[in-house]
Design a protein around this ligand. Sequence first.
Ligand code: NAG
Length: 728
Amino acid sequence: MVSEGYLPLFETKEGKGRVAYRVFAASIFVGICFIWSYRARFVPEEEGRWGWLGLFAAEIWFGFYWILTQAPRCNPIYRRTFKHNLSKRHEGHLPGVDIFVCTADPEMEPPAMVISTVLSVMAYDYPPEKLSVYLSDDAGSELTYYALMEASQFAKHWIPFCKKFNIQPRAPAAYFALHTDHQSNEEVFVQKLYKDMESRIKAAVELGRVPEEIRSSSEGFSQWETYTSRRDHDTILQILIDGRDTKATDVEGSRLPTLVYLARAKSPQYFHNFKAGAMNALLRVSSQISNGKIVLNVDCDMYSNNSDAIRDALCFFMDEEKGHEIAYVQFPQKFDNVLKNEIYSSTLRVHSEVEFSGFDGFEGPIYIGTGCFHRRDVLCGKKYSKGYRNNWNSDYRNFKDSVNELEEKSKHLASCSYEENTQWGKEMGLRYGCPVEDVITGLSIQCQGWKSVYCNPERGAFLGVAPTTLLQTLVQHKRWSEGDLQILLSRYSPAWHARGKISLGLRMGYCIYCLWAVNSLATIYYSIIPSLYLLRGVPLFPQVSSPWLVPFTYVILAKYAASFVEFLSAGGTILGWWNDQRIWLYKRTSSYLFAFIDTVLKILGFSDSAFVITAKVTDEEVSKRYEKEMMEFGASSPMFTVIATISLVNLLCFLGTVKKTVESGSGMVMAFHTMVLQVLLCGILVLINWPLYQGLFFRTDKGRMPTSLTIKSFIYALATCISFSFLL
Ligand SMILES: *[C@@H]1O[C@H](CO)[C@@H](O)[C@H](O)[C@H]1NC(C)=O
């Protein structure tokens, strides 16, 4: 089948130093075994017995979890594509590509940002007649529709401009923010068009509605006559640019990609299934209109930063040797608003640079819901079979119907009742019922026998907006960890049901995320109890002269050294790593704890899930503090109470210990001799919480902790320390 002299479309390289890393990991594991046996052999009889046993349990958990995290680290691979081979062999018959952009709220996700993303994907270097862009608007907002209408006009100038000067990135907002000088006349002209359009859109948004003269000039708006609210309206569907039409051209006379606005029908009687529901409606509607074989979905804040990304993805799908097994190609999520030292650690650097390459080594990177190319028929439920072959030539596209007929035919596919008694959301499309619909969908596709690929080229292909406050970060992680825990308990559970369907390494990899929430318990225990025992003067770790100190020291140093090197080699900074450790602690002690509690409550039948959108806009003051790398609190949240209380318990324990040792004179040496690790642990917890103490006590700006929260946490912490020292 594959001819000789065949030039592959991509190559795969194993990560360097895999063997050395495995030896290193094995040595840490030996250390962990020593720690376990130390705990088992020296359980104290009286003082500290329960504290000790709890630590033992936590260390068993950490050891087990650490083993899971080693699976991807032992097996990384890296991919490179050969796009010139793709053009050489396939240029004439490239498949149709449908791009889905999802937005859900015009206030959290401003229409001007949404269309910048839309324009960036319309400007891909790809035959326009094979490219279709769909915007799904789950708010059914006139404002978003209006913005898209404006974008469809501006595209006629923007796309030829991009292609003529081969500019990057092709999101106008990002491009004009980067290029402010040395402008050609054409650039000045296009920039003016863009700025004018942007201010018209912003004016409409400020007004809260579309001005009357614009409404009456376009019949598309008539679809809002029956609109009652964002939760109750008919399908709104408008083909703004019909790419089949040879007369739909830009100002230079070149064809334009298809552009479609869709707001699926909503009704209080039907549950809408959040983004998964929107994606499934898009899959059906697009199958009528353009039916591209490849589907790309991006979040509305994730513009394309690389106009070649489609071709990168096709190099995998169209590879004659391996392409037929690949269900999806995932790109990493990158961000254009992160600071050098990442105070909220929102680049997810280690996940995207280290762990995902390891998943790729097991042929199964997870689907993360944005920046991912899917094979349409696989996403729609096709199972893998051995003899499956690509057939790129059989593109079906409806050329008979007029635009109006096409719109009418497609509308009912997005109606509320369409999915009743169908497999949509179960075996077809994105799976319903899980807050991380993307991850569970990817997993179920892999369980059907398909493989996936991770494509992480040097230049980021998709850039989004990272959270810029601590609360946004914690809330986002609560949703993720909760969803991932639900996957563990679902019928696709990587721990149980995926056995025999995907490899052991990949199952372990999934469990890293599925067990995030569970991790909270051991972490909270470890960050409170040893400090409290320190205050009480009860040692829980080997003393300085004991040989058992060696495995503890080795495991701690080796583990942190590895994490440090990993972080720096993934492009981070030293301070960024330190910040990462802090966020790691906060996520584990708050987001994951609440996710764990909510999941337990849900199992017991007490609460229901809700999808929280992370805001993509922040007010100016907040942005300023963000740019100064100041941590943003400024709100009352139970999550903050937890992290503040834990940090204050440690501060009190530390100060109490210092006071005690100073008073007892030579006691200082004693405490250090018997409890060196506890002193260090408590001291490091105090150090890492420094920005939090500032927020609690010293700052005066609006981003500090609310005073009521400071007082509350202080009382909780004091009560904990007092009752532990004197009563228990
Ligand atoms: C985005 O693309 C530009 C080139 O247009 C490149 O310089 C930049 O590094 C890319 N951003 C990321 C995060 O890769």
